[in-house]
Design a protein around this ligand. Structure first.
Ligand code: NDP
Length: 286
C-alpha cells in the first residue's frame, strides 16, 4: 500500500500530508465515503462542526475496522461558538458526535474555523486560549487555526503562548496564497491547503491539461502533486469512487521543474480566490 509522507507539527505530532476532506458530503453519505477512503489507504480525515457530518466520520472509521489511533482526525469550531463557554460546549459536542470511547475519545487536531475579525469585538484571542485548554487536557492532541491572515497570526503571537500547529487556508494554482504560507513557514506553522483543486475549476486549465497529457496523469493528480511538492498538507474531497482512488495516487511520479513552475505561474493573486475573504467573512450558520 502507498506510504503517505507525514509532516512533523511544531508540537511534535505528525500528520499525514494527504488526507480526505468531507466538506459538502451529505451527513448520511459520510460514513460510506470515509470507509471507502480508508480502504484505499487514506489515514487522515478533515471535517468540521459546520459540515454536520462528524457523526458519519466516526461511524466510517469504526465500520472500516481500522483502529482509531491509526487515523488522524481534524475538526473545527463552528462560527457561532467563539465565546469560551460556547467553544467548550461545542468541542464536547464534537467528541460526542465522533463517538469514540475511553482513550479514543479525542481529536488529533482542532481548529478555529474562521477568525471572524468583524464579530465578537474582534476577539479571537480568548477563543484561541480556550483551544489551549483542550490541548492541555489532551482531548485535542494538536490545535491550530483556519483562514487566519498574517495580521491575525501576529496577534496570536503577541497575546498568547501557543503557536498554532497549522493554518488551514485556501490554496490552489489560481490562488497560491504565498504571503500567508511564507509567514507560516517562518514561524513553524504548517500550511494546509483547502480546495486544493479549486473545487474542479482549475482542472481544465490548458497548462494543467497539457502537463496531465505529457505525464500520463489526470489533471487532479497533477495539481495535487504540485501541492505535495510545495510541502503543503492537502485533503481533496470526492464522493466518486474512482476519483477518491486517483487522488490518493500521488506518490509514484514527480513534476519536473518546468511543469512545477508553469503551474505556479497560474497564480492570479486575490482575483483567484474562490472562497470568502477571511478579513470580512462573518457567516454564522443558523
Ligand atoms: P476540492 O478542491 O477538494 O474539490 C472538490 C470537488 O472536485 C468536488 O466537486 C469533487 O467532485 C471534484 N473532484 C474531486 N476529485 C476530482 C478528480 N480527481 N477529478 C475531477 N473532479 C474531482 O474542494 P473542497 O472545497 O471540498 O476542499 C477540500 C477540503 O478542504 C474540504 O472537503 C474540507 O475538508 C476543506 N475545506 C476547508 C475550508 C475551510 O474554511 N477551512 C473551506 C473549504 C474546504 P465529486 O465529489 O462529485 O467527485
Amino acid at each position: 500500500m502507498t506510504e503517505v509522507p507525514t509532516i512533523e507539527l511544531n508540537d511534535g505530532s505528525r500528520i499525514p500530508q494527504l488526507g480526505f476532506g468531507v466538506f459538502q458530503i451529505e451527513p448520511d453519505e459520510t460514513a460510506d465515503a470515509v470507509k471507502q477512503a480508508l480502504e484505499i489507504g487514506y489515514r487522515h480525515i478533515d471535517t468540521a462542526e459546520m459540515y454536520q457530518n462528524e457523526k458519519g466520520v466516526g461511524e466510517g472509521i469504526r465500520n472500516s475496522g481500522i483502529s482509531r489511533g491509526d487515523v488522524f482526525i481534524t475538526s473545527k469550531l463552528n462560527n457561532g461558538y467563539h465565546t469560551p463557554e460556547d467553544a467548550r460546549r461545542a468541542f464536547e459536542e464534537t467528541l460526542k458526535a465522533l463517538a469514540f470511547d475511553g482513550d479514543d475519545n479525542y481529536v488529533d487536531l482542532f481548529l478555529i474555523h474562521w477568525p471572524l475579525p468583524t464579530l465578537y469585538d474582534g476577539d479571537f484571542v480568548s477563543t484561541w486560549k480556550t483551544l489551549e485548554e483542550f490541548k492541555k487536557d489532551g482531548r485535542a492532541r494538536s490545535i491550530g487555526v483556519s483562514n487566519f491572515q498574517v495580521a491575525h497570526l501576529q496577534r496570536l503571537a503577541e497575546e498568547t503562548d501557543t503557536v498554532p500547529a497549522v493554518n488551514q487556508i485556501e490554496v490552489h494554482p489560481y490562488f497560491a496564497n504565498n504571503e500567508v504560507r511564507a509567514y507560516g513557514k517562518e514561524h513553524g506553522i504548517a500550511t494546509e491547503a483547502w480546495s486544493p483543486i479549486a473545487q474542479g475549476k482549475v482542472l481544465d486549465d490548458p497548462v494543467v491539461t497539457r502537463i496531465a497529457e505529457s505525464t500520463g496523469k489526470s489533471p487532479a493528480q497533477v495539481v495535487l502533486r504540485w501541492h505535495i511538492q510545495r510541502g503543503d498538507i492537502v485533503f481533496p474531497k470526492s464522493v466518486t469512487p474512482q476519483r477518491i482512488k486517483d487522488n490518493f495516487a500521488l506518490f509514484d511520479f514527480e513534476l519536473g521543474g518546468e511543469d512545477f513552475d508553469a503551474i505556479s505561474a497560474l497564480d492570479k493573486g486575490e482575483d483567484g480566490r474562490i472562497g470568502p475573504n477571511p478579513d470580512t467573512f462573518d457567516y454564522i450558520p443558523s
